[in-house]
Design a binder for this molecule. Sequence first.
Ligand code: SAM
Ligand code: SF4
Length: 359
Amino acid sequence: MWLKIVGLDKQEIIQLLKTTGEERTALLKRAQEVKVKETGNKVYFRGLVEFSNICAKDCLYCGIRKGNDKVLRYDVSDEEILESCRFAWENRFASVVLQSGELSSPAFIKRVDDLLKKIKQISNGELGITLSCGEQSMETYRRWFESGAHRYLLRIESSNRELYYKIHPDNDTHSFERRIEALGSLKTTGYQVGTGIMIGLPFQTYEHLADDLLFFKKLDIDMCGMGPYLEHEDTPLYQYRHLLKTKQERFDLALNMIAVLRLLMPDINIAAATALQAIDPAGREKALAIGANVIMPNLTPTAYREEYQLYENKPCLDEDAELCRNCLEARIHMAGSEIGYGEWGDSKHFQSRKKMERR
Ligand code: SAM
Ligand code: SF4
């Protein structure tokens, strides 16, 4: 099974997710070889701007859920967002990610639309833009696509319906079916589509995780961002913390998940999630060394970061963008990878998918 890639079945996946010791070392090494062969040895930067923590949803795990009244709500001003984007462009990051809580008011939709056009304007059309603003109508996804967004991240969080409703309220605002539909709409619109899950959730089993990986494969995603679940004391899921694996176990399992996904989908883009760094200061670099090829340096103005705490101990709260960039650069070079400065680093999988569709 060790040399096998792409066609792993569920039982084989479960076995790989559970590996430890020498077998695990071999799995991680194999994933890195597959990554380099299929996508090259470059790491691509996506400057992350968490532009608003105002959210209409109440996901049971998330620190900025609507029901958490300890959070001070903010909207980063357009000028500050554009300044962060300009920093990304001038430092040859080539792409930014605009992320926020989920709102679907006409004012929010228009604001994002205007921002997309302005970001394109200030960067001579050069900055690539990923959005991560939750579930929206097909019409909104199309409008944003036409205004310049070309990638979209929408984690399914768990592909198992039962588990999904253990970590979300069971009501119309948090519909599992609508989340799946939204992923379909994104694909139809023409985005490079990214999804992902949290690893080590209470009630989650190896079987769920194997099904998640097979779900990604079936959906034929272009990008993936998945990281460890981390508890937050002001959320309802905190009451189940006694069911959790240790943080180190969640971290190790997250790396195994990335490695197995790299074997299953060799040419997609896989992000090294920030949550890895909350457990291990070198967590993201470790992910880059075993199959991930994208990293999202935080460009949110530091004044707002305290209020975008999805989980406890979120890293880089007080580091400004320049510092963040320098420390990352050194660590990536140390890990033996090159940075794809000035390159969009689009998912190779997306490029082949589009070529096939044109035939
Ligand atoms: N609101 C949008 C959405 O939910 O798709 C985008 C922003 S949301 C904060 C981004 C991601 O943060 C979610 O998809 C979720 O997986 C992750 N997240 C939230 N709470 C978390 C936690 N306690 N531990 C780890 N990841 C978490
Ligand atoms: Fe809102 Fe996203 Fe957090 Fe859910 S995960 S509460 S949609 S910000």
